[in-house]
Design a protein around this ligand. Structure first.
Ligand SMILES: C[S@@+](CC[C@H](N)C(=O)[O-])C[C@H]1O[C@@H](n2cnc3c(N)ncnc32)[C@H](O)[C@@H]1O
Length: 288
């Protein structure tokens, strides 16, 4: 269901999310995100995520009509030419197709552990603040059948506009646990009084429940990727662009594993490292 509203001015409060695309913190507190581009908006409309509104130039309306008609909720479709829209958002766009969706309620670790097939393949990120890299990592997670992404309290949200865009909309297919957002009722049963859940604790909890936590860490000669075993329940942990995985998170893992590199190279981009690790995990799982 949808209703069409041509944009004649930018005064409407409903258009505010589009006008504040450069202030993502505002979106997060409202529990919304912005999807950008025809492919990503299409994937959002095909998903189970709630959609609030869509903005597009009239020439795209017929393309999107079947998807809009199939939606269960009432969506407002704002019609605006690309140039007009660019004055609202404050930067130039490729296609001028945008949408606002609602960030789903947090999933609990208990749900992830009990509602997925075994062996589990989870990914966690620590201090990963670059939204583009996070989006690329999300895309790899979905490509290699990861069942859930655990976002540490020092990482960016995967629902930032640039993360959603770089994930190519695959974020709509992945279960996400954002530790910074977990409410009291979602905390672990073993720590009902904890007021703040941090990634290191979460990994310890996973280990207590039989999930091996493997740090993807370039600075170890202990174990290389070809020697690692991903065939049982496991969670692969990736670090951020600056300092990589923090000491407490590294210490909370069972193992640290490196992709071997020549001495002159410090590390790979985290998206590239995730693709290599997850390919290896998927390859081993196909064999067993
Ligand atoms: C850009 S790297 C971090 C570089 C950081 N200076 C460091 O020393 O760890 C970002 C993340 O990608 C993963 N990564 C990159 N290269 C890797 C490698 N060769 N082996 C294992 N993980 C790697 C790790 O999870 C790392 O924390």
């Amino acid at each position: 269901m949808f209703r069409i509203e041509p944009i004649s001015s930018f005064d409407s409060p409903e258009l505010r999310p589009y006008a504040t695309m450069r202030r993502p913190a505002e979106h997060e507190t409202q529990g919304i995100f912005v999807a950008e581009g025809t492919k990503v908006v299409r994937r959002l409309l095909e998903s189970h995520f709630a959609v609030v509104s869509v903005v597009l130039p009239e020439k795209w309306l017929d393309d999107f009509r079947p998807l809009l008609e199939a939606r269960p909720e009432q969506i407002t479709v704002y019609l605006a030419e690309k140039q007009f829209l660019e004055t609202l958002v404050g930067f130039s766009m490729f296609q001028g197709v945008l949408a606002v969706g609602k960030i789903p309620p947090p999933v609990s670790l208990d749900d992830i552990l009990s509602n997925n097939r075994k062996p589990l393949l989870l990914v966690a990120v620590d201090a990963l603040t670059n939204a583009e890299n996070l989006g690329a990592l999300v895309r790899n997670c979905v490509a290699f059948d990861v069942q859930a992404l655990i976002v540490g309290e020092t990482s960016s949200s995967p629902f930032l506009r640039r993360a959603v865009r770089n994930s190519m909309g695959t974020i709509f297919q992945l279960s996400v646990i954002e530790l910074a957002k977990l409410g009291l009722r979602h905390r672990f049963k073993t720590k009902p009084h904890a007021t703040k859940l941090i990634l290191a604790e979460c990994l310890q909890e996973l280990r207590a429940r039989g999930v091996r936590c493997i740090a993807a860490h370039p600075h170890t000669d202990n174990k290389f990727l070809s020697q690692a075993d991903f065939t049982s329940d496991c969670c692969i942990v990736f670090g951020g662009e600056g300092d990589g995985i923090s000491k407490p998170v590294l210490e909370a893992c069972d193992d640290a594993v490196a992709i071997p590199m020549p001495p002159a190279v410090d590390s790979l981009n985290v998206g590239a490292a995730a693709a290599v690790f997850l390919y290896e995990a998927a390859r081993q799982r196909r064999k067993t």
